[in-house]
Design a binder for this molecule. Structure first.
Ligand SMILES: Nc1ncnc2c1ncn2[C@@H]1O[C@H](COP(=O)(O)OP(=O)(O)OP(=O)(O)O)[C@@H](O)[C@H]1O
Length: 580
């Protein structure tokens, strides 16, 4: 465990210092007990010999001062450690996450990351201080006491060793049993939660049937879960009792042994008292270990989750990556790709080319592979076979930062920060001048939105941009792409219905993006106007390119694109007729 914690932390010095201080305190505590033996021997006798006790008392005093100094040093280290350790581990996690392929960021992984960065890291750091420290004390102090006891009476020391072995066995058993109990409890808790949801969801039906508090079957199921819970709790309690009994048994045995040694005259009264004091100091911290076992397991689980996040494989980088490209040509050459865990290829033998100064529209039914094409351009994932080249360079050979510098992505659902419009745009290029900001806003047709807003550029857009409509948020994203001067812009056009003003503005903004002769625009198109304005159309079906050419050419051929275009048109007229 200690080794795992040590490996986990990027700068383990603080952790090492903390544990060393804790360990030193524990050993010192044990050694101070050694001083007690000659002092008791000098004092507890018919004629106490204070002179013999004095040097030991002085030594004990020095030890006590050293202990106090260690405590004074250790306390602020401990206070500071949890916060510093959490910050260090968070930084390590964030650094690692920034090297992961964007494809890793699924909803599930994002939730794991959020939990990892907030709860798990914080709790693991807190536990590393509040649990690992006492666990070290509870192990090192008894170990030192055993060594000290050997200098007093080897029989008692052996008894301590046997007690420690039995306690270790009981502790292992307790850990195993409570782990199983915890798994069952977790399962029971999930089951109960499931039934509670069921109860909530089925309320209308249950109320109509006069069973608002659940059917007898539901009650029986809840009762069954309660029983599992009770049984789990009972089983988890048993090993705790066993452990406590081992410790208590150890003390009774120590008492009996000390009594026997005293009565048989093999030790003096002072020795017997010293042995009992040692027994108490040996058993008390050992007994505390059982209290720590639950927290130690919780720490193991949390550490396991953080380790899992850190084990996610980073994007492989070339030994000598290319740091820049000349032109923003995008080219797919016989690309095939299956998503991790997917059972069939999302793209098969796809070849296409998008040139600077042009707009390529990707079309096809849902699941045909349009989004996958854009994800592979931005290297969210690496291809299984074939090549994705940008400016003639395989994206795997490009420096990941340089690649992302060239690309701007306009998602369907644009995320904005709860900040002003200006700051949301500046995210793309913090040093942009006002002139550049205004030009970008104009080209993205965002200027007219800003004019309407109560505080213009300084209007806050609310949590996730909630103050703006979906179409307006897309205009912000397009303005960001322009401001970033990205030479490749990937747009996933909003597929949901937009009001006519937003629809026209976005079509215009996408067209404006394509006006730059150095820029390559790839758009997942859902609107006839965008399709008509595209220079090139690539039509996909089942992960395969089924046709490509200019919109006019494809319309004339009367193939899949022409059919899709007719569908889009029909849907548009239907919408207009319904709105009108
Ligand atoms: N993250 C993923 N993991 C596994 N399979 C995926 C993933 N994303 C997409 N797929 C699968 O890959 C195939 C292509 O999906 P893709 O999202 O590229 O299609 P699309 O044409 O963009 O569809 P839509 O218009 O609905 O967004 C589909 O079969 C889809 O189920």
């Amino acid at each position: 465990m200690i080794r795992r914690l040590y490996r986990l932390w990027p700068e383990p010095k603080l952790l090492a210092r903390l544990w060393l201080l804790t360990g030193a305190q524990a050993v010192l505590q044990g050694l101070l007990l050694a001083v007690l033996v000659p002092v008791l021997a000098a004092v507890i006798r018919p004629e106490p010999d204070l002179a013999a006790a004095t040097p030991w008392l002085v030594l004990g005093g020095i030890g006590a001062v050293a202990y106090a100094v260690l405590s004074i040093i250790a306390t602020p280290v401990g206070f500071k450690a949890a916060g510093t350790l959490a910050a260090q581990l968070r930084r390590r996690l964030m650094r690692h996450v920034s090297t992961l392929p964007l494809g890793w960021f699924t909803a599930e992984n994002k939730a794991r990351l959020a939990r990892g960065v907030t709860a798990d890291v914080g709790d693991a750091a807190h536990l590393a201080v509040t649990v690992a420290g006492p666990a070290i004390t509870s192990t090192l102090l008894p170990a030192t006491v055993v060594v000290v006891t050997f200098t007093v009476d080897w029989r008692m020391a052996l008894l301590f060793c046997v007690t420690a072995l039995v306690a270790y066995w009981a502790l292992q058993r307790a850990a195993r049993i409570s782990e199983i109990a915890e798994i069952e409890l977790e399962r029971a808790a999930v089951g109960v939660a499931g039934r509670a949801i069921e109860l909530g969801q089925a309320q209308p039906v249950l109320r109509a049937a006069g069973h608002a508090e659940g059917t007898p079957r539901m009650h029986a199921a809840l009762e069954e879960h309660r029983e599992v819970y009770r049984e789990g709790m009972r089983r988890a309690r048993r090993p705790f009792f066993v452990y406590t009994a081992v410790i208590a048994g150890g003390f009774v045995a120590a008492l009996a042994l000390a009594g026997e040694l005293l009565l048989s005259g093999r030790i003096e009264l002072a020795g017997a008292i010293a042995l009992l004091v040692l027994a108490a100091r040996f058993l008390e911290p050992l007994g505390n270990l059982i209290e720590l076992i639950g927290a130690l397991r919780a720490m193991t689980n949390k550490i396991g989750r953080v380790e899992e996040l850190l084990a996610a494989p980073a994007l492989p980088t070339a030994a000598d990556p290319v740091r820049g490209i000349d032109a923003a040509d995008v080219e797919f050459s016989h690309v095939s790709f299956t998503y991790p865990g997917g059972d069939s290829p999302a793209l098969r033998d796809v070849s296409l080319r998008c040139r600077p100064g042009t707009t390529t529209a990707l079309v096809g039914s849902s699941g045909s592979g349009k989004t996958t094409v854009t994800r592979l351009i931005a290297r969210f994932f690496d291809v299984d076979s074939g090549q994705v080249r940008i400016g003639g360079v395989d994206v795997r050979e490009l420096d990941p930062a340089a690649l992302l510098d060239e690309i701007a992505i306009v998602f369907q659902d644009v995320y904005l920060f709860d900040d002003t419009i200006e700051n949301n745009l500046r995210l793309a290029r913090p040093e942009a001048t006002w002139d550049e900001l205004e030009k970008a806003a104009g080209a993205a047709r965002l200027d007219e939105v800003i004019e309407r807003l109560p505080h213009g550029w300084q209007t806050r857009v609310g949590e996730a941009g909630a103050q703006l409509s979906g179409g307006e948020r897309q205009r912000v994203a397009i303005a960001r792409a322009i401001l970033k001067q990205a030479r490749i812009v990937l747009v996933d056009e909003a597929s949901s219905a937009l009001d006519p003003e937003n629809e026209a503005a976005i079509t215009q903004a996408i067209a404006n993006l394509g006006d730059d002769p150095d820029r390559t625009v790839v758009v997942i198109a859902h609107r006839p106007a965008t399709l008509a304005a595209a220079d090139h159309v690539v039509s996909l079906d089942g992960g395969v390119v089924i046709e490509s050419g200019t919109p006019d050419e494809l319309l004339r051929t009367g193939g899949a694109f022409a059919r899709l275009n007719r569908q889009y048109e029909r849907a548009r007229h239907w919408r207009i007729a319904n709105h009108g």
